[in-house]
Design a protein around this ligand. Structure first.
Ligand SMILES: *Cc1c(COP(=O)(O)O)cnc(C)c1O
Length: 423
């Protein structure tokens, strides 16, 4: 006899499930270990809710988020205007693929082009895809416009770069951890020291399609080039007839006190790569934004993405552009950046051996005698402050641009306390 077919309502599911309804932070961390690839080493905090600059863990402990998703959360967690745009779009249309037009994409592209001062937008999803797309576009431009012989195009990049994790992108990384075990690598890249115009000039030749750099190297520890470097890159690329591609995936969209970090030297690259904050902390949205003569080399079928430019992404991306059009967030980053820099300067010689800051973004080198970056991050976590270490004894501070001066001062106070304890 076969058992009667029965449908389950949610009560049955709960009753029949052997799993408890909710698990503690410690249990959830333990549960990840056997089932989740170990490609991250997170701080032992399990976030369950968030708003603005604050997150809350499973047990209800609150933390100030001083990382902001590596700048994916420039507008804070669940900014009301962004959540509203997403909710509205969820009730209308979420995905069409680019096989059809959708009614949100034109406005998103218009807004982003106007915001950056460039002409055209190639919508993608993740940052790495924007980088990959730009490399493809630059190569095609080199063959079709510059006249580089087939398959000979080169792209010049900088030592210490971080552009993402794909096979091609790690091919031109100089970080052994990112590369080792992942070869064979994609050819066609030349690495030069960052912030060195003479080395860049020596590496550029008739095969060069583009120079690809970060205007501020985020993952490397918020490395800011000398005044004049970005102007020099612009001048050199224009003079030698290759493209200037600025990876603004982390530095862009308000973080440094300007819409784009290249604006600090008033230069306009040929291609600008955006991601992270472009998705408003809600969905992955990235884009290559560029001059028509360059992005115009792509023709139907040559490049694409199933999700790139989807209506939900475009709606959220448009709302992000609208927030940035007000100038409020760029201003906040610049103003609060003064508090951040002053606070860090006061810690020099008291556990901080050096720091680099631009806008609301700082790389802080901790005296190794006071602990590793990881140890400091863990002690800050115990004080209710979430940060992320990078490269041994450097921690990175990049709170949401919505943070208040008072909250920022409290985070700096916690850093002072943690460093004092370490003495
Ligand atoms: C994060 C980042 C990327 C890669 O973005 P993903 O969305 O993680 O693929 C590329 N470039 C820079 C400068 C970044 O900070």
């Amino acid at each position: 006899m076969t058992a009667p077919v029965r449908t389950q309502d949610s009560t049955d599911v709960r009753a029949s499930s052997s799993a408890p309804l909710s698990r503690s932070s410690a249990e959830l961390i333990r549960a990840e270990e056997p089932v989740l690839a170990h490609n991250y080493h997170p701080l032992p905090v399990v976030v369950a809710r968030a708003g603005g600059a604050w997150v809350e863990d499973v047990e209800g402990r609150r933390y100030l988020d001083m990382l902001a998703g590596y700048s994916a959360l420039n507008f804070g967690h669940r900014h009301p205007a962004l959540i509203e745009a997403a909710h509205r779009q969820l009730d209308l249309l979420t995905l069409t693929s680019r096989a059809f037009h959708n009614d949100r994409l034109a406005g998103f592209a218009e807004g982003l082009a106007a915001l950056t001062g460039l002409d055209m937008v190639l919508p993608m999803n993740t940052g790495a895809e924007a980088v990959e797309s730009a490399v493809k576009v630059a190569r095609k431009w080199a063959y079709e416009v510059k006249g580089v012989p087939a398959d000979r195009a080169t792209v010049v990049v900088a030592d210490g770069n971080f552009h993402g994790r794909t096979t091609t992108i790690v091919s031109f990384s100089t970080d052994p951890v990112a590369r080792t075990g992942f070869g064979p690598f994609t050819p066609g890249f030349r690495v030069v020291p960052y912030n060195d115009l003479a080395a860049l000039e020596a590496a550029v030749d008739d095969t060069t399609a583009a120079v690809l750099i970060e205007p501020v190297q985020g993952e490397a520890g918020v490395i800011i080039p000398d005044e004049g470097y970005l102007t020099g890159v612009r001048e050199l690329t224009a003079r030698t007839g290759c493209l200037f591609i600025a990876d603004e995936i982390q530095s862009g969209l308000g973080r440094t006190g300007r819409t784009l970090a290249v604006e600090h030297e008033r230069v306009l690259p040929d291609l600008v790569l955006l991601g992270k904050a472009l998705g408003g902390g809600i969905v992955p949205v990235s884009a290559v934004v560029g001059r028509r003569e360059v992005l115009g080399v792509l023709r139907p079928g040559e490049h694409g993405s199933t999700f790139g430019g989807n209506p939900l992404a475009a709606a959220v991306g448009s709302a992000v552009v609208e927030l940035l059009e007000t100038g409020e967030f760029q201003r906040r980053a610049a103003d609060l950046g003064v508090i951040l820099s002053d606070g860090l300067a006061a810690l020099l010689g008291r556990g901080v051996v050096g720091f680099r800051a631009r806008g609301l973004w700082a790389g802080v080198d901790i005296d190794p005698a006071f602990g590793t970056g990881r140890a400091i991050s863990e002690r800050l976590m115990a004080e209710g402050i979430l940060v992320k270490d990078t490269h041994g004894s450097t921690i990175r501070l990049a709170p949401p641009l919505t943070i208040t001066g008072e909250e920022l001062r409290s985070a700096l106070g916690a850093l002072e306390k943690v460093l004092t304890q370490g003495m």
